[in-house]
Design a binder for this molecule. Sequence first.
Ligand SMILES: Cc1ncc(COP(=O)(O)O)c(C=O)c1O
Length: 417
Amino acid sequence: MISLQSRLAPRAQGKQPSPIRELMRYLSIEDMISLGGGYPNPETFMLQQLDFAFKDGTQLTIADKDLIQASQYAPSDVLPALKKPLFEWQKFKDGVSLHDGQLVVLNGSQEGIFIMAYLFLDEEDFVVVSEPSYPGAIAAIKSFTKNFLAIPLDAEGMQTDVLAMLLRERQARGLKLPKFIYTIPTGHNPGGVTLSLSRRKAMIEIAQQFDLLILEDDPYQLLQLEKTNLLPTLQSMDSEGRVVRLDSFSKIFAPGLRLGYASASPEIIQQFVYFKQSSNMHTSSLVQKLLGEYLEKTGLANFFSQVQQNCQLYRRNRDAMIAAAQKHLPQSVRYNSPTAGMFIWFELPAFCDSSRMIEQYAADLKVVLVPGTAFSTHAGLRNYMRASFSMVSPTQIEEGIHRFALMIENELNHQTR
Ligand SMILES: Cc1ncc(COP(=O)(O)O)c(C=O)c1O
C-alpha cells in the first residue's frame, strides 16, 4: 500500500480528529449516559413525520426513532442506516467489497473533487486532467494550483500513451511529477467518450509506474446508452490503494439532494472525514436516511433496473441528436456517438470561434450550446461546442441542431466576408 503523509499538501498534514465528534462512537453503547455532546434535544425538533412516495410505488414513512436519527447530527462519514446499503450497492454494481472506514458520504461528487484538490494540491503541484474536462473540476483544482498536465481525449477516452510519454519525459528531465490523475471514465463530460478497458489497464499501470493517485469521477457510470455490460471500474482494478472513486446519485436519483460518496483506502478516507468535520460536519442526515431506507425497501436490483429504464429516455435523445447531426451539420463537423452519459462534443472547423458564435448568434437563432473554452484548462478548445441531450425532446433536438447548423453557416459567411 502507498504511503500518504508525504503526498498531502501542508494544509492537510497533522490533522487530528475532532475530539467531540470522536466521542460519538460511545453513544451506541447500551445504557450510556452522555453528558458530553452538545446535541440539541430531539424533543425540540420540529418534524413529526415524513411520508415519501416514489415513482416505482415504494412508500416510506420516517417517524419516531428513525425521524430523530434523520433530524439529529450524524457521524461525519456515513449515517449508520446508509452504510450497509452503500456497501452492498458498490458490491452489486462494481463487484467491489468496501470495508469499514473506506467510505464517506459527500454533498455530491463535486465536494469530493474539491476535497481531493484541497488534500493534495499546493501551488507548485501538478495534476493530470483531460483536455477537455469538466469545468467544476477545473474550477475546484484552480483554487489550489494552476499547473495542469492536460491530456487529449479520443474515442477511447484519455490518451494514456500521450500521458505515459509526457510523464517519462518529465521524469527524465527531473521535473515534478503530478500528484494525481483526474479522470471521468464513463460518458465523459463534455467529451461523451468512455475510457476503454485497455486504457483503464494502462492508466492503472501508469499510476503504479509513476507512483500517482487516481481520482475516478464516475457520475455517468450507470447512464448507459447501449445494452452492454459495465466496464470494470478503475477502483476494481487497483491493488495498491491508489484510486479514490467518486460515485454520485445526482444522475440516477435526484441531483438536488446532493448525494454522492467517495470510497478509497481508509487512510485517504480518514483525510476526507477530517475535511468534513471542519467544513460541513456531515452530509444531511435526512437525505442519507431517505436514500438508505429507499434502497433497503426497493432493493438494489429494482433500483438498478429503474435506472436502466430511465436510460431509454437518454438513448432516444442521443439517437435523435445523432440523426439530426447527420442530417443538418456539414461534413466538416466531427463528433462521436456517445455510449454513455448525456453529452455530444462537436469539433467545428478550425476557423470557428465558438464563444463568439454564441455571443453573436445564439439570441437571434434561439439555440445555445456551451463553447469549448469552458472545458479548457487554458482557454483553448475555441472551435468546440458541447451539446447536451438530457433536457430536450427529440423535436427540440431536431430543431436545435438545425439552428446550430445555421450558426455554423453564419460563422462561415462571417469568415469569408
Ligand atoms: C464529471 C462530473 N463530475 C461531477 C459532477 C458533479 O456532480 P454532483 O451533482 O454529484 O456533485 C458533474 C456534474 O455535472 C460532472 O459532470
